[in-house]
Design a protein around this ligand. Structure first.
Ligand SMILES: [Zn+2]
Length: 310
């Protein structure tokens, strides 16, 4: 069956997959292994928060057989371009994984959601944001960084395998076999990550932006807070003063920057303190595109956490 499918695979039968960001491209590359090569819309390392479409992006969207995105909470720039596209050729992962709030259209996400979404510690941060941010609340309706969690990564792969099998039934057996291989590889990486991260799970830390929630929850890490909710905006002065006070009390082991953003604010806030510095890359910038890229990304992320927290 698999062989027959591969040999019959002609150019027109194949579905050209286009993902928004590289971590999704890595998952898609595993599922389409031996069938096709998924493309990616955003250049590696480009943050999807507040991205603006280019004319070449529009051409890529029009020629794709399947567009894979997280949803309007992460890639707001795609809401309009995808509105007129046949739903069979679009995979909205937040919807498919049941992460987007049921029935909540992106347009009506407003300040009411915030009240029941955050605990006491978040209040000041919100005050800062609400003063000057207006509509730019990209992180609040749900956490869109779904690719950082191994369980979510597996669910994304399952959705991809199903959809591709529908669009390209000739290769259904291949997509299924690729999914099984992917599941085994992620399970293996996960097992090693549990062993790696368990000894440092109690060490407190700050991240630059709140982009690792699914990973942190899965490995039960001790996230104390973040510098900013929206990485395209500078953190508020009051919020930074609070972080500084926490750091001075010695409550955090490490502060993590990201390669996408200038760490001047982190330099300033850790100045004169004995605190470790690390870098987390939520966009898999340095990971080679291959069928093994996604478990390699998870492993890399876990090692970045572990080396700073140990
Ligand atoms: Zn983010």
């Amino acid at each position: 069956m698999v062989l027959a499918g591969v040999m019959a695979g002609s150019a027109q039968a194949d579905v050209q997959v286009l993902t928004t960001i590289k971590p999704l491209q890595l998952i898609a590359t595993a599922i389409t292994d031996g069938v096709s090569q998924p493309d990616v819309l955003l250049a590696p390392g480009t943050s999807p928060h507040d991205y603006a479409m280019k004319p070449s992006d529009r051409r890529k969207l029009e020629s794709a057989g399947l567009v894979v995105w997280v949803g309007p909470e992460l890639e707001a720039f795609l809401s309009k371009p995808l509105a007129g596209v046949d739903a069979r050729h679009v995979l909205n992962l937040a919807d498919a994984l049941g992460i987007a709030p049921a029935g909540a259209a992106h347009e009506d996400h407003d300040h009411d959601e915030h009240a029941d979404h955050h605990d006491e510690a978040d209040h000041d941060k919100h005050a800062d944001h609400d003063d000057d941010e207006g509509e730019e609340h990209h992180h609040h309706a749900y956490d869109p960084h779904i690719w950082t969690g191994p369980e979510q990564g597996l669910a994304i792969a399952e959705q991809l395998s199903q959809r591709l099998s529908t669009l390209d039934p000739d290769h259904a057996a291949q997509y299924q076999a690729n999914l099984s291989r992917f599941q085994a590889a992620v399970a293996d990486a996960d097992k090693q990550l549990v062993a790696l991260l368990q000894p440092v799970a109690k060490q407190g830390y700050y991240v630059f932006h709140d982009g690792y929630g699914y990973f942190e929850k899965h490995y039960q890490l001790n996230h104390l807070g973040e510098f900013t909710l929206n990485p395209e905006r500078k953190p508020g002065a009051r919020h930074l003063a609070e972080i500084r006070a926490t750091l001075e009390q010695g409550k955090a082991r490490c502060v993590f920057a990201e390669p996408q953003f200038v760490p001047a604010v982190i330099d300033a806030i850790t100045d004169g303190l004995q605190i470790r510095r690390g870098t987390l890359d939520p966009l898999a910038t340095a990971i080679p595109v291959s069928a093994n890229g996604y478990p390699a990304f998870l492993t890399d992320l876990g090692q970045q956490f572990a080396s700073c927290l140990q």
